[in-house]
Design a protein around this ligand. Structure first.
Ligand code: SAH
Length: 213
């Protein structure tokens, strides 16, 4: 599959939609204009790639809606060089967004098939996470902690304690919490023991599943 002027035109439109929905960070809007989302999906969905919608990516998982990716990224408030842990690599689209913003990215995926595919695919587009890990996101990544930010891109039935523990003071955890429907939740670590919690409305993600490798 190729990236053409036609795709670029559709991306510019999508960036406009994301902006209209309330995303104001120019870096994020520019990333939507830049990342060739159609290449992150099966070619049969090519015509849908630049709609603001989630789509199947195999292994009964989805690529998140662009607005949701932009919104979660905005909540992370990334500065260049921040270390970010992502739970749920999936297609790698969110990973690409984090890299476009200059983050140092660690990303975990529990589905082998998706892990393998995205592990090969992302570097081909020039996107190089610091580490891509096949494993269970509930545990986080203690060896590389603490992180400036942690983003969970699957619906979490509860907030995993290890993720809270792996945040720097001042660090942010962005996590959709709930079963069928999730509330987008931001935890900011104020001190080793204190977290501030903010909620941002309802979203629908595929569930964050317990490890069953
Ligand atoms: N950011 C991805 C979203 C993919 S959907 C994208 O935009 O493409 C959520 C992903 O989380 C799926 O790939 C799913 O396999 C993964 N996932 C679910 N539970 C997980 C867990 N416990 N640890 C790591 N990844 C998990």
């Amino acid at each position: 599959m190729k990236d053409t002027y036609r795709h670029q035109g559709m991306r510019n439109k999508l960036a406009g939609i994301v902006q209209e929905k309330g995303i104001s960070d120019k870096r994020i809007v520019n990333a939507v204009k830049k990342i060739p989302r159609h290449l992150f999906m099966d070619s049969s969905f090519e015509d849908h790639a630049y709609q603001d919608k989630a789509f199947p990516i195999g292994a009964s998982q989805t690529i998140s809606q662009p607005y949701t990716v932009a919104f979660q990224t905005e909540l992370l408030n990334i500065k260049k060089g921040d270390t970010i842990l992502e739970i749920g690599t999936g297609s790698g689209y969110q990973t690409a967004m984090l890299l476009e913003l200059g983050a140092v990215v660690y990303t975990i995926e529990r589905q082998k098939e998706l892990f393998k595919k995205t592990n090969l695919f992302l570097p081909k587009l020039g996107y190089k996470p610091k580490k891509m890990i096949f494993g269970d996101g509930y545990k986080g990544l203690p060896d590389e902690a603490p992180f400036d930010g942690i983003i969970v891109t699957a619906g979490a039935p509860f907030v995993p304690k290890p993720l809270m523990a792996q945040l720097k003071v001042g660090g942010r955890l962005v996590i959709p919490v709930g079963d069928a429907v999730q509330t987008m939740t931001l935890y900011t670590r104020k001190s080793p023991k204190e977290f501030e919690k903010h909620e941002f409305g309802e979203f629908r993600f595929v569930p964050m599943l317990e490890d069953r490798n």
